[in-house]
Write a protein that binds this ligand. Structure first.
Ligand SMILES: *Cc1c(COP(=O)(O)O)cnc(C)c1O
Length: 384
């Protein structure tokens, strides 16, 4: 099959499965509201859970950073792209989260690829939660190690897989809060099983950091677990972008020596470090924002109990309603849009087949009137 035939065939299959994805052109987005094609919607599809992308202190810090340090880093961190602002951010992150070291990456996707590629060798095994993020599973399946997947959030399933001996080392991989389900991993039990097998635990807390735990320190802090490898990302609760790996000294040195995603890639702009330092400060002082978010979550869950779709058991900002078929999820998303609420439908392969869903996300920028309007639109759609 030629390149063109292969491409045409894949596109045709995608269309036939109601799986076509497209990027929408957003005209305005302030976390609470979204404007698309001249139409304003209440916005329930943002991962900016605390609304920090709009925070005046974060915006001012980025502006000041650009004025002081320029628009870009100009080189890889291994050449001259690593500034004192990067160093300050790494030190503060390590302090805050109780690790010896933090290493910045330009994205969570890059951090996960880098760490897993670097660590996993042929005789090793990676045992990952079945629902772990694509950036983790892709890295694991492209690595020379053997990939096994345990049943979602089931320590017993992990234990069973770990009972098989392995020649090399074991890396157990999970998320703190799951991106498409909103539930939390039982980290203490997973850590105990990992330890029993002499393995290392990697927790990707993309959706927990900033939002949960004392001072927003995330899922691991909340559950009093300290994984050998912690990944935090800055595109969600921090409202900016980028990521960091938290680990011990030797691991950080190893990553610095050998991680190609770091060595052969331009460092994040120093101005972004200014913005991230400001966002970190807002998160550390963010009890009010977290209280507003959790009040919104409680109001939504209480109001959604009688909807005909399955509301997943989630205490997080991610409140998915499982609809089932792709076409039904798309239709419901369309009906909500017609009622002025923007909620994205999430379909396979992002979620398992037959579990297409509305991924509703709530933020601290929402008020009770937004939550009530969404509930009203959902009940109207249910009765149509
Ligand atoms: C969003 C996400 C990532 C990717 O992070 P980016 O910084 O957006 O590249 C990684 N892991 C999880 C669990 C995520 O939800």
């Amino acid at each position: 099959m030629s390149w063109s035939q292969r491409i045409e065939q894949a596109l045709a299959a995608r269309r036939a499965a109601d799986g076509w994805r497209q990027r929408i052109r957003v005209e305005h987005n302030n976390v609470r509201e979204l404007t698309v094609a001249g139409q304003r919607y209440r916005h329930f599809s943002s991962n900016d859970y605390l609304g920090l992308s709009q925070h005046p202190a974060v915006i001012a810090a980025w502006q000041q950073g650009a004025a002081e340090a320029g628009a870009g880093a100009g080189a890889s961190g291994h050449v001259t792209g690593f500034s004192r602002y990067h160093a300050q951010l790494e030190e503060q992150l390590a302090d805050w989260l109780g690790y010896r070291r933090a290493l910045l990456f330009i994205s969570g996707f890059a951090a996960n690829q880098a760490v897993i590629h670097l660590l996993a060798e042929k005789s090793d095994r990676i045992v990952a939660d079945k629902l772990a993020h694509a950036s983790l599973l892709d890295a694991a399946s492209h690595s020379p190690a053997t990939l096994r997947r345990f049943a979602h959030n089931q320590p017993a399933s992990l234990a069973k897989l770990l009972a098989t001996p392995v020649e090399g080392n074991t890396l157990v991989v999970t998320e703190g809060v799951f991106s498409m389900d909103g539930d939390s991993a039982p980290l203490a039990q997973l850590a105990a099983e990992t330890q029993r097998a002499n393995g290392w635990l990697l927790v990707d807390d993309a959706h927990g950091i900033g939002v949960t735990g004392e001072q927003g320190r995330g899922s691991c802090w909340q559950q009093q677990v300290k994984p050998e490898l912690l990944i935090v990302t800055f595109g969600k609760g921090f409202g900016v972008s980028g990521a960091a790996l938290l680990c011990d000294d030797a691991t950080a040195d190893y990553v610095e020596q050998f991680a190609r995603h770091l060595i052969y890639s331009t460092a994040m702009p120093p101005a972004q470090c200014f913005a991230l330092l400001a966002a970190l400060q807002q998160i550390q002082q963010g009890d009010e924002l977290r209280a507003q978010l959790h009040a919104n979550i409680a109001r939504f869950r209480a109001g959604a109990a009688d909807l005909p779709w399955q509301l997943m058991p989630s205490a997080s900002a991610i409140q998915p309603l499982v609809v089932g078929e792709n076409s039904a999820a798309l239709a419901l998303s369309q009906r909500l849009k017609a009622a002025g609420c923007w909620v994205s439908a999430i379909r396979p392969p992002t979620v398992p087949p037959g579990t297409a869903r509305l991924r509703i996300t709530l933020t601290a920028a929402h008020g009770f009137d937004d939550i009530d309007r969404l509930l009203e639109a959902l009940y109207d759609a249910a009765h149509q």
